[in-house]
Design a binder for this molecule. Structure first.
Ligand code: ZN
Length: 323
């Protein structure tokens, strides 16, 4: 609701940019107070200010096809809305509105509190708010009865031994959007996230295949990172069993499982194990996230807040989302 109103004001030229104020009252400066380099129009705040430019480069959504419309918010927004008909259109649009909103909030912080907000923080917050909104309106996770909770209490994610990197994997399929997402989340013996990948593909997926592909992506990512001791976890019991038994009944999976077998030999140690879904929350969320974005995501060194919160949750530390 808040965002709807904000969007309406953007398009009505109702946001109090320096240029709008200057036009209205005829005094003050119409320059952007972030960069000081140009007239602060709404288009400048959203697209042309250096902070905005960096933010859009970091964003998991891209509107490169319509950059030439950026000099006119109305026309740009029209083109964005046109994409709503396409697969996952609404998701891209909602995320986009969140990005615009955070750009505007960052601008206000600069102007009124003289604090600058990093482009990465802007995108991070936009993603977090979008996910919280999706979680609030989408299917609610079932609340477990206390006896059930007790039974599941052993099913928490536990860090591996020192020197070993544990990589959790999961796949998500969106039939509606004709899209698949693979989530690969690596953590060290302290439980800290070390590298996260989200692979997004436009295709009709099949569960066992996608789960196997997610598992295969783990040793691939580990090779890139140069790790020598890894443990790969998946919540797909059958596939883990097939990998460990070295026999595959399913023809379709054969090639993928052979790849995994071959990849395995390049590590000092490489173990595959089953993890219940409840303790596989990070990679599950990452896979879901990947179905909603258009680019493959690679995060290391720093990670979005929603993911670090989930990582703690996997370990049984419950922290509510907070700003
Ligand atoms: Zn500027």
């Amino acid at each position: 609701m808040k965002l709807k109103h904000f969007l309406w004001r953007c398009l009505q030229n109702g946001l109090a940019t320096s240029e709008a104020l200057y036009q209205r009252v005829g005094k003050g400066s119409n320059l952007c107070q972030c960069c000081g380099e140009a007239t602060e129009t709404i288009e400048h705040v959203f697209f042309f200010c250096p902070t905005a430019q960096v933010a859009w480069r970091l964003a998991p959504v891209s509107w490169e096809g319509i950059v030439e419309l950026q000099c006119n918010m109305w026309r740009w927004w029209d083109a964005v809305m046109d994409s709503a008909k396409g697969a996952q259109g609404m998701d891209r649009i909602k995320l986009t509105v969140n990005i615009l909103w955070q750009l505007w909030k960052a601008r206000n912080k600069r102007v009124f509190q003289l604090e600058s907000v990093d482009a990465k923080v802007i995108i991070d917050k936009a993603q977090q708010e979008w996910i919280e909104f999706e979680n609030a309106t989408g299917s609610q996770p079932r609340v477990l009865a206390s006896s059930e909770q007790e039974r599941l209490i052993q099913h928490i994610w536990e860090p591996p031994q020192e020197g070993v990197v544990r990589i959790n994997t999961d796949a998500a399929i969106s039939a509606k959007m004709v899209r698949t997402g693979l989530g690969i989340v690596a953590r060290n013996w302290r439980g800290d996230l070390v590298k996260v990948r989200g692979i997004s593909r436009r295709k009709r997926g099949e569960t066992a295949t996608e789960e196997s592909l997610a598992i295969r992506s783990a040793p691939e990512m580990a090779q890139d990172a140069g790790w020598t001791k890894i443990e790969v976890q998946s919540d797909c019991r059958n596939i883990v069993r097939s990998i460990n038994a070295g026999n595959v009944q399913d023809r379709k999976l054969q090639t993928i499982l052979e790849d995994i077998e071959a990849l395995k030999t390049s590590f000092d140690s490489c173990i595959f194990s089953f993890v219940p879904r409840i303790a596989n929350g990070c990679s599950h969320a990452m896979a879901q996230f990947a179905t909603k974005v258009v680019k493959t995501i690679d995060w290391e060194v720093s990670f979005p807040t929603w993911l670090t919160v989930l990582a703690r949750k996997d370990m049984g530390v419950v922290t509510p989302f907070c700003n």
